[in-house]
Design a binder for this molecule. Structure first.
Ligand code: ADP
Length: 490
């Protein structure tokens, strides 16, 4: 029977402490022959004592790579320093599997200083290795995520950036770098600021500074130069990222909103033009009616039919303007049904010319007798011809004639309306079929909403035809459209 005193004594027994220590102990001769190993190590390596002691040499317990390390580093280090600390080795267990360990060793010398044995402390390094592997994996994952983010950020067609808590930009994507022509994405604040439109710079810097202070989301519209003197509207947005209640970073973007801003400006201009255009005939109509009101009970004077004629003309003007507006909204909603039927386009032009000739002194010439059949919406095609002729009358007041021709080539019918007026400058020509576009700056001189040609283009497009204009300023201007020829009915 072991008394409690025996147990207590065994606790302090050096041999027990050696055998049961939480780390492995191994002693071997300088040639590597194992002399002693404690129970902890035997358990870790799954060996029995008699299988190691005097049988195996230490290098036999370590992997091939470890052996090279043992010869090249461990032995010279031990010979020189008489000790080594926490060297990492893969030790082979009895079943051939690997146990990662940390090994510290010191030499045991005789009185003459000769190394007689080496004592090694071996600790299981599995957890640490696992931890290191996990750390490596986490690092790789985070690097991968970073690469994915960078790839994404660089593919985005908009500019994105980040700034530190003080608002200093510290990351920009490829698009940003391209726009501001940064070298190796090095952010140069002055070169960025120099690209902001002078009229927007002060407002933007004040707003940005205020937002950095308050930590509120930023939304700001400004013009950024893409070439010296040429600007595009951008929406700058920045949202703060908070850590422990404080702004740690800003995530920002600059989105090109130039088209929307232009459209908005165009709409504003359109509203003012439309109001003006409607107001002018309305004023004339009102004064004509007021005059008629005064004259109504008196004798008939030549003034009365003149006033009625004036009122009618202005009502017609307003009706035409309202019709254009209605046409545009119908087109926007995709509601412009075409009532197609075969008809002679030549005859339609002749009738239109005859009607419009009454309203102008400029001779309108059209000499074509042969029928030209098309399958189209007569009223809509007439609208296009009227618009072309009316524009020629309106914008080419000094033109000696207005010439209309029609051709039929390879089943494509082409109508040309040519005037010899001031024409349209080449840089404006591509836009004249756009909605609200008016090429002449003198908006007051020529009334109009800039909708006529847009409606014409939509009508022709819906018929599957083409529309265009060629202009040699101060020489001649030709507006044309094409339609597919219809085969004569048998
Ligand atoms: P609006 O006549 O109401 O302005 P349009 O869409 O019919 O609108 O025409 C667009 C613009 O094209 C006009 O404002 C005018 O500047 C230009 N334009 C059209 N026809 C002619 C022409 N025959 N000669 C010169 N400019 C023209």
């Amino acid at each position: 029977m072991r008394t409690p005193e025996d147990i207590l004594a065994s606790l302090f027994d050096a041999e027990t402490l050696y055998q049961q220590a939480p780390c492995g102990y191994l002693s071997f001769y300088p040639d590597g022959t194992i002399i002693k190993a404690n129970q902890t190590l035997l358990r870790l390596l799954q060996y029995e004592e008699q299988e190691l002691i005097g049988i195996k040499k230490f290098p036999q317990l370590i992997s091939k790579g470890g052996n090279i390390h043992y010869e090249m580093i461990f032995r010279p280090l031990v010979a020189m320093n008489h000790s080594v600390k926490e060297l990492s080795y893969d030790i082979l267990k009895k079943d051939g599997t690997i146990l990662p360990v940390l090994l510290s060793a010191s030499t045991l010398k005789d009185s003459k200083g000769n190394v007689r044995a080496i004592n090694a402390v071996i600790t299981d390094n599995t957890d640490r290795k696992k931890y290191e592997a996990e750390l490596l994996l986490a690092r790789r994952q985070s690097e991968n995520e970073k690469l994915t983010f960078q790839y994404l950020a660089d593919q985005i067609p908009e500019m994105i950036w980040t700034a530190d808590e003080g608002g200093h930009i510290n990351y920009v994507n490829e698009r940003f770098s391209q726009y501001f022509r940064l070298r190796q994405r090095k952010v140069d604040l002055n070169s960025i600021l120099s690209r902001i439109h002078p009229d927007d710079k002060k407002n933007f810097t004040t707003t940005w500074t205020t937002h950095i202070g308050s930590g509120e989301d930023l939304h700001s519209e400004l013009r950024l130069a893409y070439e010296p003197g040429k600007y595009k509207w951008h929406l700058v947005k920045a949202v703060p990222y908070r850590s422990e209640g404080r702004v740690a970073k800003w995530f920002g973007s600059c989105v090109d909103i130039d088209e929307q801003m232009r459209a908005l400006k165009q709409k504003d201009e359109f509203i003012s033009i439309a109001s003006h255009e409607l107001k002018t005939p309305l004023t004339t109509l009102t004064s004509a009616l007021q005059l008629l009101e005064r004259l109504k009970d008196g004798p008939m004077t030549p003034m009365i039919p003149k006033m009625i004629e004036q009122a009618n003309r202005n009502v017609k003007k307003m009706t035409a303007l309202v019709a254009d507006l209605l046409n545009v909204s119908r087109l926007r909603e995709g509601q412009m049904p075409l009532n197609k039927a075969p008809f002679d386009l030549g005859a339609l032009i002749r009738e239109t010319v005859e009607a419009l000739q009454q309203q102008t002194t400029i001779p309108i010439r059209f000499e074509h007798e042969m029928p030209v059949l098309v399958n189209a919406d007569t009223a809509r095609v007439e609208q296009v011809i009227v618009n072309f002729i009316n524009n020629a009358v309106k914008y080419a007041t000094n033109s000696p004639t207005i010439q209309i021709t029609i051709t039929n080539k390879d089943q494509v019918v082409k109508v040309n309306v040519t005037d010899y007026g001031p024409g349209i400058p080449a840089e404006k020509l591509p836009f004249i079929f756009d909605r609200y576009y008016r090429a002449s700056d003198s908006g007051v001189q020529y009334s109009g909403l800039g909708l006529g040609l847009y409606i014409c283009a939509e009508i022709i497009k819906r018929h599957g035809g083409k529309i265009g204009a060629d202009s040699k300023p101060d020489k001649s201007t030709t507006f044309w459209f094409t339609l597919a020829a219809a085969l004569p009915q048998m």
